[in-house]
Design a protein around this ligand. Sequence first.
Ligand SMILES: NC(=O)c1ccc[n+]([C@@H]2O[C@H](COP(=O)([O-])OP(=O)(O)OC[C@H]3O[C@@H](n4cnc5c(N)ncnc54)[C@H](O)[C@@H]3O)[C@@H](O)[C@H]2O)c1
Length: 317
Amino acid sequence: MKILITGAAGFIGFKFSEYLLNKNYSVFGVDNLNNYYDVKLKKKRLLELQKYKKFSFKKIDLKNSKNLENIFKKNKFKYVFHFAAQAGVRYAIIAPRDYINSNINGFFNILDLSKKYKISRLFISSSSSVYGDLKKFPFKENFNLQPNNVYSLSKKFNEDLSKSYSNFYNLNVTALRFFTVYGEWGRPDMFIMKFINSANNKKIFLLNNHGNHYRDFTYINDVTKILYKLLKKKYKNNYEVFNICGNRPIKILNVVKKLKYLLEKVKIQNVKKHKADVYKTQGSNKKLTNAIGKINFTSLDEGLKNVLNWYNLYYKK
Ligand SMILES: NC(=O)c1ccc[n+]([C@@H]2O[C@H](COP(=O)([O-])OP(=O)(O)OC[C@H]3O[C@@H](n4cnc5c(N)ncnc54)[C@H](O)[C@@H]3O)[C@@H](O)[C@H]2O)c1
């Protein structure tokens, strides 16, 4: 059985590809290897995947529907996991067009080809940011969404358009609302990696909102296990949406304290809240655990320890 993974050189796409390959699935990865963050890290992830015989890769941009269709034509994919996107809420304020290109146009190509080539189920990446700056916690899947920037709006549009394809064309779709995923091989534009990089390079770390906001950090190896269970699950509905989170929000300042104790080198400069940031994310995972059973979430302490070990072994310059 062959599975298409878009964004295979990205953080979650890479880790999930690796997970599937270890379970002996055939994985076809695509990615445009854009330079939103360290391209060397993306290439290193690909080198890890290329150690597996059952991994193939093609560098393409999802905007290019012809190239993408050729891949669907030549391979009989049973499932598609769509992770490729322009990520990040802050960058959305700076480069909105990148989000329209990848998250709207690129997304449409994946959705439409999944319909045309009768994919058994398409899994799409949504985000906790679709909830917006809500003050009612924990966020539940049936809440009214209040996205307010081009990133979160693009993710809500992805969900809505998938739902419509489910209705009109019976396409099976599972939408995955990820909450601040972190771990080994993580994204350098996100808080934990940024902080470790600042310490390592003896740079000043700009701490948004003095660290007074909360995030529901979710460890990557928990995420890959969840994704696998969602792949194996029998679905009653064509369209489903799940929060992917531990429902364990933590104040950023407390994460800084944990990291400061580990690193002791970083110089912190407090700055005011970034316009694009929300105060708190906290997701309910009741719907998820009802669907796939109990999940033993990794503690933040253990997750951070693993990130630091990986960083020192593989990433530190
Ligand atoms: N990491 C998180 O905490 C988090 C939280 C919420 C949602 N998400 C979503 O999950 C998905 C995966 O996130 P990630 O953290 O792995 O991000 P990532 O940036 O590491 O991975 C995305 C990959 O997609 C590729 N890509 C982007 N545009 C493309 C295009 N037009 N054509 C081909 N490839 C393209 C990039 O080169 C990158 O390697 C994204 O859709 C993201 O929005 C992630």
